[in-house]
Design a protein around this ligand. Sequence first.
Ligand SMILES: Nc1ncnc2c1ncn2[C@@H]1O[C@H](COP(=O)(O)OP(=O)(O)OP(=O)(O)O)[C@@H](O)[C@H]1O
Ligand SMILES: [Mg+2]
Length: 433
Amino acid sequence: MKRPDWLSLWVIAAVVLGLAGMAALNLATFLGGGGNPTLVAVVLVLDALLLMASIAVALWFAQRYEEERKFGRAALDASHARLSSIIDSAMDAIITADPDQRIILFNRAAETVFRCSRVDAIGAPLDRFIPARFRERHRGHLERFGRTGGTSRRMGDATTLWGLRADGEEFPLEASISQTQGEAGRFYTVIVRDVTLRKQSEDTLMRQQAELRELSARVLEAREEEKTLIARELHDELGQLLTALKMDLAWLRERLPPPGTELGGKAAQMEALLDRTVTSVRRISADLRPLMLDDLGLSDAVSWLVEDFGARSSIKCELTLPDDPALEKLDRRVANTVYRVLQESLTNIARHAQAKHAWVVVGTGGEDLRMDIEDDGRGIREEDLARPRSLGLKGMRERVLYLGGTLDIGRAPRGGTRLHVKVPRLLEGETES
Ligand SMILES: Nc1ncnc2c1ncn2[C@@H]1O[C@H](COP(=O)(O)OP(=O)(O)OP(=O)(O)O)[C@@H](O)[C@H]1O
Ligand SMILES: [Mg+2]
């Protein structure tokens, strides 16, 4: 029941004006010497009336003040009740500590999270719910936060925070903190979320991802070994047999009639067919695995790949390769990965880019081996990167990530596609010799 304020203003103004008028009248009567008894009587009556009116107004104000006080108290109680029910129904634990860091508020969720009743928690030091080894650090953080004067912030931004349940079990948590300045000092409120289940799922997911990565690396390695074996067999065994066949054929041709005759013509055809077979076997074997990667090292293998790409496609490819002996001493897995990334990238350029030029730049400065492959074609689109049935880019990324490297692919400044790959030259456990 709130009266409008203008009413009290008018009442005060009326009383003040009345008092001023009466003071003036009293003064005039006093200065006039009080010769007229009627006038003195009238003034006295008016004085009495005004006194009564002033008392009435004062009483009215007192009553009104009391009413408003009660109204304010009721509103405050209602607001308290609302706040308490919100705090108690919150899913997260809410704890408030006084300036001495003793707990003064502990909601229902806090009882569940910390496995401690409110009665036990109220009055206890906040430290009770922090593992002993973190208490000192936590106090430091709190003091620093108090000094910054900020109202609220997330705690432990990148690191996992740990809480201590009443039964001694530690658990991972996420928390935010806020502060308010009271008459007695700073009050801190911490909102705590128990993330045990989420952390467990994250850990499981990460472990499974690592296992899958390991598995995929093993599969790739096994495939690589298999390809090497077949390439060697093709190159050495079949290659030698074909060479022997060629020599035998040459021996036969010397003894056969000249190419103009039927027999001679047939032998010439056989020789041409044999030459094509030798070339095919070499190409298939090189596609499977360039044996020079094992025999001569990455530089030669990369040069051969770029040259072969230029010869097989109409795209001009420029290679910048440092003359660095470190390239020949690379771990087999690193050399393999770089080679396969280049091979897949060049195949992609030939298949998808519609490019006229391509550039391959290899760099060996620092601890990493870097390679940029760029083309001036149509450019790769965001949706190309997530094609479910395309495995080329995914395979490259897997290989590179497994070695602890990074692979970025996107639009080149020139408009085409640019792929940047970086892998550590030395893998874990190796030292530079
Ligand atoms: N240099 C490039 N220029 C333009 N688009 C490209 C280029 N490289 C890749 N792409 C696009 O990215 C997609 C994914 O490439 P990715 O190598 O993963 O698969 P793919 O070549 O289609 O099939 P595969 O699994 O046989 O490699 C391609 O389908 C193509 O649309
Ligand atoms: Mg591909």
